[in-house]
Write a protein that binds this ligand. Sequence first.
Ligand SMILES: Cc1cc2nc3c(=O)[nH]c(=O)nc-3n(C[C@H](O)[C@H](O)[C@H](O)COP(=O)(O)OP(=O)(O)OC[C@H]3O[C@@H](n4cnc5c(N)ncnc54)[C@H](O)[C@@H]3O)c2cc1C
Length: 473
Amino acid sequence: MHLERLVAVKHDAHGYWLEEAPAIELVPELGGERTADVVVVGGGYTGMWAAWHLKQLEPEVRVVLLDAGRCGFGPSGRNGGFCNVMWFSLPNMRGRWGDAGALAVARAAQAAATEIGEFCAEEEVDAWYTPGGYLQVSTAEAHDSKWAEALTACQELGVGDAIQPLTPAQVAERCASPAFRGGAFYPDAATVQPARLALGLRERLRERGVEVYERSSVTRLAGSSHGVEAHTAGGVVRARSAVLAVGAAAKAPGGPLRNSLTVASSHIVLTEPVPELLEEVGWTGGECITDSRALIDYFRTTPDGRIAFGWGGGRIAMGARLHGRSEIDAEVVSQAASHLWDYFPGLEGCAITHAWGGPIDASPTHLPLVLPLRGSRTFVAAGYTGNGVGPSHMVGRTLASLILDRRDDPSRLAFVDPSPPRMPPEPFHWLGGEAIRAGILRKENAELAGGTPDPISSLVSRIPQLIGFHIGR
Ligand SMILES: Cc1cc2nc3c(=O)[nH]c(=O)nc-3n(C[C@H](O)[C@H](O)[C@H](O)COP(=O)(O)OP(=O)(O)OC[C@H]3O[C@@H](n4cnc5c(N)ncnc54)[C@H](O)[C@@H]3O)c2cc1C
């Protein structure tokens, strides 16, 4: 595993993007009582885009946003920065929501990715928005047609341009690796520097009059005669409505999605600048790339020629344990690094400078969820399953419509679901999740080595599908 090559790495929870992003002013903790029209709990992309859209739709609306730590310091400021559209999920969405429902969400996700670019340009947020498209490659014979269903679905629904199949030679023109075979290109995707986007959005919210309080963990969110009360250790916000956008924390005991989320984790390693290598392999178009595994490898470049390489194979957390190995896991990081070196052998002798990780909130459908809570005007959103950068803008728009009681298209998108599928309770959920993860890992390692997976691993890796859950895209 070449662990000795990782000795000088700066390995922490927050990672390079937050270190690189320009410093921002601290804001106070909540103290005393505040009133508002809307209280947003959670300052990741979902909560912040919801606040942004609320202010865009009704500039006079009074919004208070509370974050337990600092806005954007959770997964929203640490992710891979793939601003993906959801065409690869079209078969999954079609199966659940029908053609019209699936197409409406996919189109909204495509618009969201474009609108994030427009936000960056218009609001002068330099988040390195790069509309370079997304390249999905196969790295094993067993993965050679992983995009076929998405391609067929796009063609059947009249959006054939959303995905272009590529031969091995065409893949090599975009990025040459001895491990890559054929692939598919999704032109509508982009990349961002995730922390610059999150912190830029936080600043624009404050300029628009959103009251932001940090280090203000909401310990109780309850219906009241006014609407909703959000309590922290230092104060309370009374509002007519609430958005609960706390990511993986929605799985916490007593949390509204405790039985509808799995908390896994993902970890990233970052190289020193290697612009010559990128020239040599022809990876200069800004594409974000993944392989076609369920435990996905994802990688992208930076303007100074680094490679950020992530692996979505981190451990399942028991309940909603968001810290510990969900954030810092040397073993998973060393596996991510070994995949990086397999894919780019030319990195021999180059340093990895940073490593970090974070929790992934996965829904049983692998699609985002918006849940209206009974008994109060509160809407909960989570469950992006490692694909929240672009879609959180779309979900934020839906939340704003729901809060403002607008009966418009965003409010009717099919992921608004009052009774999402449920997972088994803990500890069965964790035990089952880890067993399935181990089965998928063994199966995919055999496939990558060109062998045949053992029948037990193949069977175990199919359990989620057999019980109606989704794995992969
Ligand atoms: C390593 C990694 C790589 C990823 N790569 C990609 C990628 O390339 N592309 C992609 O699309 N997605 C990726 N993701 C997923 C993406 O980051 C998430 O889907 C997205 O950030 C979710 O945003 P969110 O606002 O819903 O949640 P979060 O970013 O988790 O924000 C939730 C916020 O709620 C706050 N909070 C929690 N509890 C409370 C409380 N009680 N009171 C107040 N505040 C609270 C937290 O402090 C946090 O700031 C990745 C994730 C990780 C960890």
